[in-house]
Write a protein that binds this ligand. Structure first.
Ligand SMILES: [Fe+2]
Length: 173
């Protein structure tokens, strides 16, 4: 659950990830919720390759460095101009999780040097903070907070689906 929350919100990124240090928190310019998934767009940072979108594309004219797709319950597909990054999260128990991470090269743009190393470091930073959050949630002092209506639409959507699934239904709508 915490791995998915982490992947669905960007509030932590400037504080946790060295590659995003100093970058201001920019909520996704475009967030789409589906019955069992979501999409967020990412303008990226200066120097990141961006999509050159064809005439008539709904995002034509927008600066988009990545499309972040999430499929319930725990699959992330991030499409960059240079290819696809796939992350599949598999719970192994209440306190153990396995994360599979694969990158596939595309043809639209070359992968910038250092991309794989940055992705690996980002994944390690996420794992570290997720374990820290897990410890915090187990504290007697932990109290849940309110969702950010701007930055946590997808987390809220995930929690509604999860609650519906745990209740035995197909997920809240
Ligand atoms: Fe992260």
């Amino acid at each position: 659950m915490l791995c998915c929350e982490n992947g669905l919100e960007g509030l932590h990124t400037p504080h946790i990830h060295s590659v995003f240090a100093g970058r201001s928190i920019v909520p996704s310019p475009r967030t789409v919720l589906w019955e069992h998934g979501s999409l967020q767009t990412d303008p990226g940072s200066a120097g990141d390759p961006v999509f050159v979108l064809p005439e008539g594309h709904p995002d034509r004219g927008e600066r988009i460095a990545a499309y972040h797709f999430w499929l319930f319950p725990a699959t992330f597909l991030t499409i960059h101009p240079w290819g696809l990054a796939l992350r599949a999260i598999q719970p192994l128990g209440q306190r153990r999780t396995h994360v599979s991470f694969r990158c596939f090269a595309g043809r639209a743009a070359p992968r910038p040097p250092g991309t794989l190393e940055a992705l690996r470091r980002t994944a390690e930073e996420d794992a570290h903070v997720i374990e820290s959050v897990q410890r915090g949630m187990e504290s007697r002092l932990f109290r849940g907070g309110r969702y950010s209506p701007v930055a946590e639409k997808c987390v809220h959507h995930f929690h509604r689906l999860l609650a519906g699934w745990m209740a035995g239904g197909r997920g809240a709508r």
